[in-house]
Design a protein around this ligand. Sequence first.
Ligand SMILES: [Zn+2]
Length: 191
Amino acid sequence: MTLPSWVQSEEDKPAPMPLLLVQAFVNTRDVDKSTDLLLHLDTATAWLRNAGIVGPGTTVSPSDLSMLRDVRESIRALLAYNGGGPAPTVDELAPLEALARGRPAQVTVGPTGEVQLGPCPDGAVADGLLGLLLVVRDAQHDGTWRRLKTCGNPDCRWAFFDRSHSRRGTWCDMATCGNLIKNRNLRARRR
Ligand SMILES: [Zn+2]
């Protein structure tokens, strides 16, 4: 399967579209490698436009950058919960709630009647993120949401889509994170 160019090249467990957008958004930060596409205006703007979250006329401001990162980590907390972690805290949910409260959704009706939301060609960054929020809503309705999780390795926290029948997948990659944590636990038990 060829993944869109806005998906991270190391993505082994991609979600179906459009949930893939939410996954790739969370994975703009690689915790393990300490890289973050949303740290600087140029890389953030390029990624957001490439993914279609904002249109070519949208300007990303420094305050948008911190909002984007806050919303991303808010979604990461939801995915950790999907992965069997603790329920998100009030503080963790606050950026998503602020986004949802902050503006009305812009809904458009296409030529054959398909109802869509953003991105507006020259809309604000928050409009594009509202679109992501509706992707989350749809996935919660169709049941795919609970399969989008963060890796159980605290040093990794990569978002992966669990296609396993049991839905009990824990690691972004068994070979790296799964064995790493198992070996670590084994060493801890032996001490
Ligand atoms: Zn991992």
